[in-house]
Design a protein around this ligand. Structure first.
Ligand SMILES: [Zn+2]
Length: 319
């Protein structure tokens, strides 16, 4: 039952593109929109593991759905502020499901208030966002969408998970690793049965944005001690499309090792490989300054980032 949609979707792939989908981003083989006109496209990675991507969104966010015997876990709440992502999830599974954001930036929180069950990492940086009425509110300086059309809707957290704890979805344990560095609330999620690590914005195959170099380095060491060379690493942003087609953001173990070396150079204040100085910035993030450390052909790490509106990604040690 829960895979009925995917079977139907693969039949659809053989047919000409739906009229409403013409002019949209082309999808890689094995991927299809969850329904005509939806912003979400689905790729079945394994029998009970799906990627929900947003091919037309400029950052091409990818969220993931792991289905266990008892429940499903959705990793990230999407970027869309116009479509309820829970409807897309409902097409993939009839189990109850919870969402856990990899961090609290706006492009990972789009549908968070639509989810009945929200899990968060149990650290001071998340607990401090709970208001008197019990709802969690992410202020603009934390979700960084001062320039985007995003207004944070408060949401209720149903479960806090301690760093390093394992949660069983029924036959499918997942370990929640605290991996700050991009943000102070960043996590990575490891599924030992699949040998897959989901990394949000901790690592993906494009430019990484550092909020704290020491944290980033420590998180890389922790993650590398948990996974192995055969672990498949899925991030949240695919970077530049290849021939117009956006693939899933798969990172290799060696790329993570290279990124770790860049975090280490940044953490000890080594001179950057280049600097960005942009008095009249354009584009999504409107960045005016950053130090750039190259990690691999696809990955570079940006530190000491200054945005045009003076919002900051950097956060001080221990906060
Ligand atoms: Zn992101």
């Amino acid at each position: 039952m829960r895979f009925a949609f995917v079977a139907a979707a693969s039949i659809l792939l053989a047919l000409p593109a739906l009229a409403a989908d013409r002019g949209r981003a082309p999808l890689p083989p094995g991927t299809s929109y969850v329904r005509e006109g939806s912003e979400f496209a689905v790729t079945q990675i394994r029998p009970a593991l799906f990627a929900l991507s947003e091919p037309d969104y400029y950052q091409h966010n990818v969220s993931y759905v792991i289905v266990g015997e008892d429940r499903a876990l959705v990793i990230d709440a999407g970027a869309s502020t116009t479509e309820d992502m829970t409807r897309a999830v409902r097409r993939l599974t009839d189990k109850p499901f919870a969402v856990i954001p990899t961090h609290l930036h706006y492009d990972h929180l789009g549908s968070i208030h639509h989810f009945q069950e929200v899990w968060l990492i149990d650290v001071p940086a998340t607990r401090q966002l709970v208001r008197k009425d019990g709802y969690t509110y992410v202020p603009p300086e934390r979700h960084i969408a001062t320039a985007a059309e995003f207004s944070a809707t408060p949401f209720k957290v149903s479960r806090y998970i301690k760093p390093g704890d394992t949660v069983d979805l029924g036959d499918r344990p997942v370990q929640i690793l605290f991996a700050p560095g991009h943000t102070r609330d960043e996590i990575a999620i490891y599924s030992p049965l699949d040998n897959i690590l989901f990394t949000g914005d901790f690592i993906y195959p494009a430019s990484l944005f550092s909020g704290n170099a020491q944290d980033y380095l420590a998180a890389a060491d922790k993650v590398l001690a948990t996974i192995n060379r055969d672990t498949k690493i899925y991030g949240a942003h695919p970077g530049r499309p290849k021939d117009g087609v956006t693939e899933l953001p798969l990172v290799t173990y060696d790329e993570l090792v290279s990124a770790r070396a860049a975090f280490a150079r940044m953490a000890k204040g080594a001179p950057p490989d280049e600097t960005i100085s942009n008095p009249a910035p354009t584009g999504g993030f409107k960045m005016t300054a950053a130090k750039v450390y190259r990690a691999s052909p696809r990955i570079r790490v940006l530190g000491d980032i200054v945005f045009a509106d003076r919002s900051a990604l950097s956060y001080p040690d221990g906060k």
